[in-house]
Ligand binder design. Structure first.
Ligand code: CAA
Length: 258
């Protein structure tokens, strides 16, 4: 598959997707989003790939949905084509873990795509924001929902209502970002995390992702029940026998992904 707006590379068990529209700071146009969805689906279908890293350029992870593409859109079009749903939801629907490696601007849809990933590793230069209010709209790909769950109501209101940007340090303190790394180490560190995740049992990793995400959908009692069922199911895996045997025999486990 050849892409126009993204770059794709497979490195061991990790799929690296790089957003690549440098002239518009990786503005998320429809074609780019389609390509991103296709690349993620391909990664999901590739049993050799266990984890993905999604990154942009040094200056911008992504500066939001493409304003030029959106400017003339009218309500009936937006409604009929279910604007911002098609394509975008493929990121949150992906069952394998995705690490967002964010450098520079992650604004509007850029911040929202990063939040659809499973964890965010930020370069010191990263800046997050939902500046939609400044252009006469509101966040439309989960900004008011995922940001609020990640950093709480007051800070989410602050960002969404004022459109101000949040630096990496503040984003980490607020719980949006898992780790901050020096700018020139972003790719290396994101890969180290991805390779670590990819070294474990794929079904277990996928169950963990599913179970953590369940916490956002259901009450605690149901979430705990869901986790318990998956925990019990993990005892059906060869990888559970292997993982525990390796611990007891003081050796490195050899997971087979089944
Ligand atoms: N859409 C389309 N083009 C964009 C863009 C976007 N979201 N962001 C930047 N660009 C373009 C600029 O128009 C400019 O193009 P030209 O060279 O042809 O003029 C180019 O990228 C470089 O941008 P700037 O010259 O503005 O660069 P800067 O360093 O001065 O500023 C910035 C960087 C602060 C990120 C600024 O570009 C900016 O504010 N961008 C828009 C941010 C924004 O409002 N994002 C939200 C979009 S709406 C959305 O995402 C909805 C949703 O919920 C899904």
């Amino acid at each position: 598959m050849t892409y126009k707006f993204i770059l794709f590379e497979k490195i061991d068990k990790v799929g690296l997707i790089t957003l690549h529209r440098p002239e518009v700071l990786n503005a998320l146009g429809e074609s780019l989003i389609d390509e991103l969805g296709t690349a993620l689906k391909d990664c999901e279908n590739d049993s050799d790939i266990h984890c993905m890293v999604l990154m942009g350029s040094e200056k911008a992870f992504a500066a939001g949905a493409d304003i030029k593409e959106m400017q003339a859109k009218i309500y009936s079009e937006a409604y009929l084509e279910d604007f911002i749903t098609k394509g975008w939801e493929k990121v949150s629907a992906c069952r394998k873990p995705i690490i967002a490696a964010v450098s520079g601007y992650a604004l509007g849809g850029g911040c929202e795509i990063a939040m659809m990933c499973d964890l965010i590793i930020a370069a010191e230069s990263a800046k997050f924001g939902q500046p939609e209010v400044t252009i006469g709209i509101l966040p439309g790909a989960g900004g008011t929902q995922r940001l609020t769950r990640a950093i709480g109501k007051s800070k989410a209101m602050d960002l969404c209502l004022t459109g101000r940007l949040m630096e990496a340090q503040e984003a980490e303190r607020a719980g949006l970002v898992a780790r901050i790394v020096p700018d020139n180490k972003l790719k290396e560190e994101a890969f180290a995390v991805a390779h670590k995740i990819a070294s474990y049992s794929l079904p277990v990793v996928m169950m963990i992702k599913e179970s953590v995400n369940r916490a956002f959908e259901v009450p605690l009692s149901e979430g705990l029940r869901f986790e318990r069922r998956l925990f019990q199911a993990s005892f059906s895996l060869d990888d559970q026998k292997e993982g525990m045997a390796a611990f007891l025999e003081k050796r490195t486990p050899k997971f087979k992904g089944k």
